[in-house]
Ligand binder design. Structure first.
Ligand code: C5P
Length: 235
């Protein structure tokens, strides 16, 4: 798997996706989320793959182990590169997801990397404590879920930049920290609460960054992507 910034294709349909992608002359790493997948179905993944892009399928599965295992078996056949579940689904569910992916990956092909969402970046500490009845700090809860995910044999987690370093220390540097909430200096934060710049994310221990509106909403998305890459790749 490459470590290019992952562009979140948060578009309502296929037309908008390909209008966006046709501006680029290179292969990208893109994220297909629930909005797009629910509208267009698996064909959108096949069409993006045909153009040579790597795909993170961000469906955040969370169900009983058997159901997630079967769903993952089918999704692995799409030939995606990265996929996720919710760590709150529990260890047996995460293990089932991994088995499903292995079963659905064609012989000789690489299994998609599997990561787990710890706490959504839209969840505040107060909300987590009141609604989920977790009597920990948000940071402790994220770290706990990261360790559980590692014990279940998964490849990493989705977390905010602010927890990435602690997770690398607890789970090892090879355990992926995929971080959304990336903005350019002075850019609009939109609805994200815990944001970082691409170079800040690198310094603070992200292994992969997910960038949506800072690129898709820019006047010149290709230029914006280049600037994100330069900051992300800078030592
Ligand atoms: O536009 P923006 O850069 O905020 O987009 C971030 C992307 O990452 C969105 O597709 C969002 O759904 C996703 N995401 C997130 N926080 C998480 C998990 C996924 O923002 N915890």
């Amino acid at each position: 798997m490459n470590n290019k910034p992952i562009i979140a294709l948060d578009f309502p349909g296929e037309k908008e996706v390909f209008n966006f992608l046709q501006q680029f002359n290179e292969s990208l790493f893109v994220k297909v989320g629930m909005e797009l997948y629910m509208q267009e179905g698996p064909s959108i993944v096949n069409k993006i793959k045909e153009q040579g892009h790597d795909i993170f399928l961000d469906l955040k599965l969370h169900d009983i182990p058997n159901t997630v295992q079967s769903a993952m078996k089918g999704l692995a056949r799409l030939g995606i590169d990265l996929i996720n579940v919710h760590a709150a689904g529990g260890r047996p569910m995460m293990e089932g997801a991994l088995e499903g992916l292995e079963a659905g990956t064609a012989a000789g092909n690489k299994r998609p990397a599997l990561i787990a969402v710890t706490q959504l970046t839209s969840t505040t500490e107060e909300q987590m404590q009141a609604e989920q009845k977790i009597a920990l700090s948000l940071q402790e809860s994220v770290l706990h879920y990261a360790k559980l995910t590692k014990d279940a044999g998964l490849d990493g987690v989705v977390c905010s930049v602010h927890e990435a370093k602690a997770i690398a220390e607890a789970c090892g540097n090879d355990f992926l920290r995929v971080t959304p909430g990336i903005r350019m200096l002075g850019g609009d934060a939109h609805d994200q609460k815990r944001i970082a710049t691409p170079d800040g994310a690198k310094k603070d221990g992200s292994s992969l960054i997910v960038v949506g509106r800072a690129i898709t909403g820019a006047a010149n998305p290709v230029q914006a992507y280049k600037e994100v890459c330069q900051l992300w790749e800078a030592k």
